[in-house]
Write a protein that binds this ligand. Sequence first.
Ligand code: TXA
Ligand code: MG
Length: 325
Amino acid sequence: MDDTPNLLPVTPANLATAAARLRAGGLVAFPTETVYGLGGNARDDRAVAAIFAAKGRPSFNPLIVHVPGLAEAEEIAVADDRARELAALYWPGPLTLVLPRRTDAGLSLLVSAGLDTVAIRAPNHAVAQAVLRESGLPLAAPSANRSGAVSPTAPQHVLESLGARAGLILAGGRCPVGLESTVLDLSAPEPVLLRPGAVLREEIERLIGPVSLAGVADAAGTPQPSPGLLPSHYAPAAPVRLGVKEAAADEAFLTFGPDRFVRGGATRLNLSPQGDLVEAAANLFAHLRALDRPGVRGIAVMPVPDEGLGVAINDRLRRAAAPRP
Ligand code: TXA
Ligand code: MG
């Protein structure tokens, strides 16, 4: 397998190449509706280890396993009524369920970092679905970026962050959601939200009842402990300052809402001039990257409403602003 980074357009021939590479234990970066994933065979310890190595992850955090749908999920995990109901409504889509893993699943132990649970989701993206179906494999796929960096929402971001480490990159355009999936732990009687995302806690509660919070960064910016959730994550190189109404003259300014309310900042990018949280989520990581240029003293960020998708956006922003390890 050669190590030249390759941005490949999505064609039937390139999908076949990607599937063959995955079956041979190699890695492929591919688009999902949330962010680009760096995929490898979830049954192959060496492929999973190669993902950790490519990302430069400081520890073996458990990874999300991607499958086409509920039928394939039930081959590797035990789904109860809550899981089936949620999957029926949200899969394929940006919801990850942590479930007890089946002992006969043949999954790499590394993929769940030794836990007896596994995180699974069915991505809602034609390219991701094609890669899953062509390879016929459950695919471990964390975001396709170096550990701790901003998540990639375009093929160019993968290339910039991982370079040759990504191996093959299926270039399938921008990711429509732009934020990683909601992670919900259903492995115990009480459901726990481990990571907020596009599927909202309120929507989940309407279906299965009360969901408690863990790991989500609180208003002070301190994420509560949860496996695989580092306080500083999604971090640009420049320091990030939150809740800023008027930026300093030498700061980059990430704004939200109508431009007529914006004051200060050397350079500015608006997450959504209309104040649309869906648009803001889709732009978040790309704008953070674009503002994170050499010579920028810091990135100031305007307040984003903490409701709906804003909860997930603020979780990512608090991690970007958290003290660095
Ligand atoms: O949107 C996404 O989910 C993207 C795209 C590529 O699909 N993938 C992604 O994967 O973000 P990853 O592996 O980086 O996400 C892992 C998250 C972490 O927050 C981790 O703590 C949690 O899922 N997780 C995974 N397995 C777990 C487990 N067995 N128990 C608890 N949390 C788990
Ligand atoms: Mg990530």
